[in-house]
Design a protein around this ligand. Structure first.
Ligand SMILES: [Zn+2]
Ligand SMILES: [Zn+2]
Length: 1017
């Protein structure tokens, strides 16, 4: 036999195996590079990739976003767009530090400093290099096409300089300030935490709950009772706040509490809160030095809640944001009891060195011994923890650097209003965030991060360095050892103060990582850069890791703002926010035009994925067990406004659907090979003599191409996959099903039409399923582009919607017919006499198709009378109204001489009857099966006669013989000799020729009692 035209396909695809082959071929044939060459000079599609944190391997969570980015870039490439394809890595900040600390077994900042900052910085870089290699490998395996090797790394000196330049601008605008306030603080990481880092970091926790008596100084035997869930803050107590408008009462034992909190108690004396203000009390830890000299008193505070506690609030301005504000208002002293690592300072006596957690129990014991503890227990509440190390946060006084948002809030909201968000509600979330955001705390007391270029001089002058050149010009010493713009090297480069001429040191703090990521639309595109610097992004720690250029300003003008960016919803307050912030500071407008956000990923049962719960899936495991295409289908079929339930169960369902498509291609390949059908790319549009079904498939395919484009244009891959599901059903369950005979006969028009449909489908799906589509493309397209990814978006005419609606109506009738059959318990192989269809006028011209598909002899289009409507007079109502006419009306109703009107009314003998005047019964008439939906009703006549029964017997026989052919391993074209038992002599007499044609029998023998087949030599 000749070499087949198309390679035979196995019964099911081995996705991982096939994908590795395709990857190797892309590499070998430089498919991606050729695509970029092909699109060079095309219209620009500017996508800016958000940096992925380089501290891990590729996970299935990250693979979701990467798939969406890749799918849309591939779609835009099919459309001929020139693109940048620059991948980015986030390389500094606490994520990296915490990972390295973990690897090195370090547990505190002191241990890091003992380890040595130079070596620590090198280890951090090594971690980034390792992770970048992992992420490159994983992303390539996923099928992501990026300009690998020309990535941006945020720890590049170039990127750092761009952030410096932005900060200098902020300082020139007078928006930069150093704040002294109580702020959320991670004692393990030893740094403050900013507002946007708190989102989503609240967890359920049980903390101590205690009620403490504070003795009033001038009223022996009287006490204030306060409630707290943070015992460690009591040694820093300086005041007690009451709600001036609330009523307070004194219990018989001398304890003052809010009356509203204890409505069932009786009190000796009651007072307004305002009357208690100014009373002095003995603090809970006045025996310790810091509190000893304090004058504790009652202060008024309108926000004191009567919803919990005692209505009297313990105030420690060094340990709470609101407390700190109150201290300013009332001139209260501020006690700061714990150091950066959350341990008590040495002037706290026996508490010295204890952590806030360790101190709690001892404090409770001490209060109990002193006889001031009223009650203690546990309290369940939501409490914030550090988003990197999960240590519970405390409040601590800190000097942090802030950018004031006062002048930026409205411009940022205006800029956001120009952005198109998908889903739309995410834009609203951004606006809510902007409307409520506080000043941006940009400083972190850490090591491996952007060095904040702030040099505050004792003379009062603050110098902010805006570039490396400026640093070099103003440096007093240390330039020769400056390996990177990074700690510890940069800390050894003091600059000269412009005001007094003295040397000034840099502050020790590093910057919030979102500064690094937010500057990307400027730093990577060469904003305000005079000359193009080849490989100019490979500076500082990025040296040797990337060959990315630092472009010039003209390039920035071309590529900014991004046409599109896409990340998870949580990035609203992180990367989307920091980019918008910097862009408004630098150029006064939004850095992106359109955004696609998406919700969270959970496991397939809807739980969070956690290493400790054993329900995480690594990307490698997913590649091996489902394959990248199946993963990508799962990601892309997900509506972005809902959580994705990812797992192997949904993957199996997707494989099943993919298999339907695979089998349709295989069906084509098998019959095209038999027929020697050889399609040509130049001649790819079906033309000439087409059967009605072929014409329909051409239109249906055009509609699918249009639906696919609409989905991609709306950034909704879910719409593309929904359109594909419907199309695949029409293709395999209608077109191929209805055309089998024509394929057996090797009819060229059918083969060409199906080939065209498959090829167009591959092009539409290729952005989402890049491997299997290219694999099949290579087999189906003999002389066209050698990769589906080089084939461009199909240029399809507007579909004939009228014809599509017609066949949609036919398919609805057929579905209803099958349902009616099923409900009546009549198997599909049993032919029936008649089908009546009502309400599907578009289907009329396809009566033969319907008859054939439903195995009925005749299809009639008219009112379905098999649904019997019986109407009788409601005598108690109608009798008195009609009087002697009742008899005639009743007879007319009984004879069916009535007309049904809207709203349950009927017309009979020229008069209208209201719903309450009649009794109505409906039912399927004897001998019919009825089904209806969407205004279409079908009725199948169920009566059987000898002829129908004999035909069913023939169908049964054909089915059995075809099963036997498969069991015998016969080729589709093999001819057989069929032996039929003597008992079925009559069947063969009547239908022998038909049966022989269906099973490719050249001869039928009648003998014995057994059905036999034999391959014809
Ligand atoms: Zn932490
Ligand atoms: Zn100075």
């Amino acid at each position: 036999m000749d070499e087949p035209i198309f390679a035979q396909l196995p019964d099911k695809p081995d996705h991982p195996g096939l994908e590795l082959e395709v990857l190797a071929r892309w590499e070998r044939e430089r498919t991606f590079e050729r695509l970029r060459e092909q699109n060079r000079g095309g219209p620009i599609f500017s996508f800016v990739d958000g940096p992925v944190t380089a501290n891990k391997e590729l996970g299935v969570h990250t693979a979701w976003g990467r798939t969406l980015k890749d799918a849309f870039q591939r779609y835009k490439a099919l459309r001929g767009h020139e693109q940048r394809y620059q991948n980015g890595f986030d390389c500094q900040g606490l994520w990296i530090e915490v990972g390295v600390e973990h690897d090195l077994g370090l547990n505190s900042k002191r241990e890091i400093e003992e380890f040595g900052l130079e070596e620590f910085a090198r280890r951090c870089r090594e971690k980034v290099v390792w992770s970048a290699e992992q992420l490159w490998a994983g992303s390539k395996r996923l099928g992501m096409w990026m300009d690998w090797g020309r990535d941006y790394f945020t720890f590049s000196d170039t990127n750092i300089e761009y952030v410096w330049r932005m900060l200098k601008r902020v300082h020139e605008q007078d928006w930069l300030y150093k704040g002294h306030r109580a702020t959320e603080w991670c004692p393990r990481c030893g740094t403050s935490i900013s507002q946007h880092e708190l989102i989503g970091s609240y967890v359920d926790r049980a903390d101590p709950s205690l009620y403490v008596r504070l003795p009033l100084l001038d009223r022996p035997g009287e006490f204030l009772v306060v409630w707290t869930t943070t015992p460690w803050t009591l040694p820093a107590n300086v005041a007690a706040a009451v709600n001036p408008a609330a009523e307070y009462g004194r219990r018989a034992n001398g304890e003052w509490v809010a009356v509203g909190r204890y409505p069932d108690e009786s009190f000796e004396e009651t007072r307004r809160g305002s009357e208690l203000v100014g009373r002095r009390y003995r603090g809970p830890f006045d025996e310790l030095a810091p509190a000893a000299a304090l004058d504790h008193r009652v202060i008024p505070w309108g926000d004191v809640s009567l919803a919990e506690g005692t209505g009297i609030v313990h105030i420690a301005p060094g340990c709470g944001a609101e407390d700190f504000e109150l201290s300013r208002e009332h001139g209260l002293p501020v006690l700061a009891p714990v150091d950066e690592s959350g341990r008590f300072y040495d002037d706290y006596g026996w508490l010295h060195g204890l952590s806030t957690v360790e101190a709690a129990e001892q404090i409770i014991g001490d209060l109990s011994e002193k006889g001031v503890l009223v009650e203690s227990g546990l309290y369940e509440h939501r409490y914030p923890e550090c988003w990197r190390c999960h240590t519970p946060l405390i409040f601590r006084l800190a000097d942090d650097w802030f950018i004031s948002v006062r002048d930026l809030r409205q411009p940022m909201r205006d800029a956001n209003a120009t952005v198109e968000w998908t889903p739309e509600y995410m834009g609203k979330r951004m606006d809510d965030w902007l409307a409520n955001m506080g000043d941006w705390n940009i400083s972190r007391r850490r090591y491996y991060g952007l060095p904040l270029p702030f040099y505050p001089c004792a003379c009062g002058q603050l110098t902010v360095i805006g570039s490396r050149r400026e640093l070099e010009e103003r440096a007093v010493e240390g330039l020769e050892q400056l390996e990177e713009l990074r700690r510890p090297w940069i800390d050894r480069v003091p600059v000269r103060c412009a005001a007094c001429g003295e040397p000034v040191e840099r502050i020790a703090e590093v910057g919030d990582v979102w500064l690094d990521a937010g500057i990307v639309p400027f730093s990577t595109l060469g904003w305000e850069n005079d000359t193009w610097v080849p490989e100019g992004f490979g500076t500082g720690a990025a040296k040797g890791l990337t060959t990315a250029d630092l472009p010039d300003h003209a390039y920035w003008e071309r590529w900014f703002p991004a046409d599109w960016v896409s990340e998870m919803r949580e990035q609203i307050r992180l990367w989307f926010y920091s980019q918008l912030f910097m862009s408004v500071v630098l150029v006064g407008r939004a850095p992106f035009r359109q955004v696609l956000g998406y919700e969270k990923m959970l496991d397939e049962t809807g739980r969070e994925m956690h290493g400790s719960w054993g329900n995480t899936i690594s990307a490698d495991e997913a590649f091996e067990r489902m394959g990248a295409d199946v993963m990508r289908w799962q990601y892309c079929a997900q509506p972005p406004d809902r959580n994705l339930l990812f797992g192997f169960g949904p993957a199996d369902e997707i494989k099943r659907r993919l298999l339907t498509f695979w089998h349709t291609v295989k069906f084509f390949v098998d019959y095209a090979n038999i027929a020697g059908f050889r399609p040509s790319w130049a001649d790819r549009e079906p033309a000439g003599e087409l059967a009605p079904l072929d014409r329909w498939l051409v239109e249906r395919t055009r509609a699918f191409v249009a639906d696919g484009a609409a989905g991609y244009e709306a950034w909704l891959t879910v719409d593309v996959m929904r359109a594909f599901d419907e199309y695949l059903d029409d293709l395999s369950n209608w077109y191929v099903r209805r055309s089998r005979r024509r394929f057996w006969d090797g009819e060229a028009a059918a083969l060409r039409t199906l080939w065209h449909a498959l090829v167009q489908t591959l092009r539409v799906l290729s952005p989402i399923l890049p491997f299997v589509t290219d694999h099949l493309w290579r087999n189906l397209v003999l002389d066209g582009p050698d990769s589906v990814h080089l084939s461009g978006w199909p240029d399809a005419a507007e579909p004939d919607r009228g014809l599509l609606a017609e066949i949609a109506a036919v398919r609805r009738v057929v579905e209803l017919g099958r349902r009616a059959r099923g409900e009546a318990g009549i198997k599909n192989r049993q032919p029936l006499r008649r089908l009546v269809v009502e309400g599907a006028p578009r289907a009329v011209s396809n009566a033969d198709e319907i008859a054939d598909e439903l195995r009925v002899k005749r299809v009639e289009f008219h009112r379905v009378e098999a649904v019997e409507l019986r109407v009788k007079p409601n005598l108690p109502v109608l009798g008195p109204k009609l009087g002697k006419e009742l008899g005639v009306v009743r007879a007319a109703l009984q004879a069916g001489e009535f007309e049904e009107l809207d709203g349950g009314r009927f017309r009979v003998l020229g008069r209208e009857l209201e719903p309450e005047e009649v009794l109505v019964e409906r039912g399927g008439r004897e001998g019919w099966a009825v089904a209806s939906a969407d205004g279409v009703t079908v009725a199948l006549e169920l009566a059987l006669d000898d002829e129908l029964l004999l035909e069913a017997e023939a169908y049964d026989l054909i089915h059995r013989v075809n099963s036997m052919r498969k069991e015998h391993g016969l080729e589709l074209t093999d001819r057989i000799v069929l032996t039929v038992p003597e008992a079925q002599h009559g069947l063969i007499d009547r239908h022998g020729e038909w049966i022989a044609g269906e099973v490719l029998a050249t001869e039928i023998r009648i003998a014995g009692a057994e059905l036999l087949i034999e391959k014809r030599a």
